[in-house]
Ligand binder design. Structure first.
Ligand code: ASP
Length: 330
């Protein structure tokens, strides 16, 4: 238990960093989702946000986005979330930085550390990179995707989107389909959904299924129709070709035939099943274009919107924790 600076007992998010979902408790996850809920209006407001005190929440704080891998949604939404809360946001363009001249991750971290940021958002192609950085710098670190390991804010935004539509996570049957092996989104979602009491299934070809995946508490299927049976949520994943060495699927056509989501296969899921995808989406590979654009069932646009909301909440939660730590030091 810690305090929120007002003297009241407060069990929120008592960690300095957000490196992954694995290891978080159900109440910590629920706290982050509830906090995110409270930011929905700030994000979606179209009548201007002037005068809302939350817009100054991060005033005087510096947020550095350090992305070693490409990103559209995650980078933009962290930038927007930081700016909406009043932070100074700096996007480190890694392509033009010293990293391209051979500076190591740790050298880069130490350089950034010397500039005293408060929050560092990092994406890297190596699993464990965010954790390594968190051990070297003084600021709060948020993992925005490390190799095929974790992508915690994606799982949080997915959970928030599901909660808004279905009203709960507990008891839902969630089918995660595609390249499970290389997907950090799958791993973070498996941890979050399992912790929150959902029933998780993973579906994919044997070549893209990590060995002993059942140890994470999921049921695995190589027959997509069987895996989709009565599912409430269908989460599609991209083939992460950038992490593949060699051929994992015989051909795109073949892959779509067995693992691409079309109306025919979707018919196995519940009538009110919803469709999700973290993006970027490869139409005609893992998902049929018409299904992806079926806004009665596809929540892909809401996921992007919830991305900003969740990231505001995460920045808020970590900043509260910084305040608690500083108070404890006094
Ligand atoms: N955008 C997600 C990620 O960074 C999913 C993907 O790239 O397919 O992991």
């Amino acid at each position: 238990m810690t305090t929120d600076g007002t003297g009241s007992d407060f069990i929120g998010y008592p960690h300095r960093h957000l490196l992954g979902i694995e290891g978080l408790t159900a109440s910590e996850i629920r706290y982050l989702l509830d906090l995110s809920e409270s930011y929905v209006d700030l994000n979606s407001r179209s009548d201007g946000r002037d005068g809302d005190p939350r817009c100054r929440l991060l005033a005087g704080r510096t947020l550095v986005n350090l992305f070693f891998e490409n990103s559209t949604r995650t980078l933009t939404s962290f930038e927007l979330a930081g700016k909406l809360l009043g932070a100074e946001v700096i996007n480190m363009a890694v392509a033009t930085s010293s990293v391209k001249k051979g500076e190591t991750l740790i050298d880069t971290a130490m350089t950034l550390n010397a500039m005293h940021p408060d929050l560092l958002v990092v994406r890297h192609d190596q699993s464990g990179a965010a954790k390594l950085l968190s051990e070297k710098v003084n600021c709060a670190v948020i993992n925005a995707g490390d190799g095929s390991h974790e992508h915690p804010t994606q799982a949080l935004l997915d959970a928030l989107t599901v909660r808004q539509v279905k009203g709960r996570l507990e008891g839902l049957i969630v089918a995660i389909c595609g390249d499970i092996m290389h997907s950090r989104v799958a791993r973070s979602n498996i941890h979050l959904l399992g912790t929150m009491g959902a029933q998780v299934r993973v579906i994919g070809p044997p070549t893209l299924m990590p060995p002993k995946i059942e140890r994470l508490g999921v049921a695995s299927f190589i027959d997509m129709r069987a895996g989709l049976k009565d599912a409430d949520i269908v989460m599609m994943l991209r083939l992460q070709v950038e992490r593949m060495q060699g051929a994992y699927v015989p051909s795109i056509r073949e892959y779509f035939r067995f693992f691409g989501l079309d109306y025919d296969k979707l018919g196995e899921a519940k009538d009110d099943a919803i469709i999700m995808h973290p993006g970027p989406m490869n139409r005609g590979v893992e998902i049929d274009s018409e299904v992806a654009d079926d806004y009665g069932r596809s929540l892909i646009r809401q996921q992007v919107e919830m991305g900003v909301t969740v990231r505001m909440a995460v920045l808020d939660a970590l900043t509260r924790q910084i305040r608690v730590e500083r108070k404890d030091e006094d």
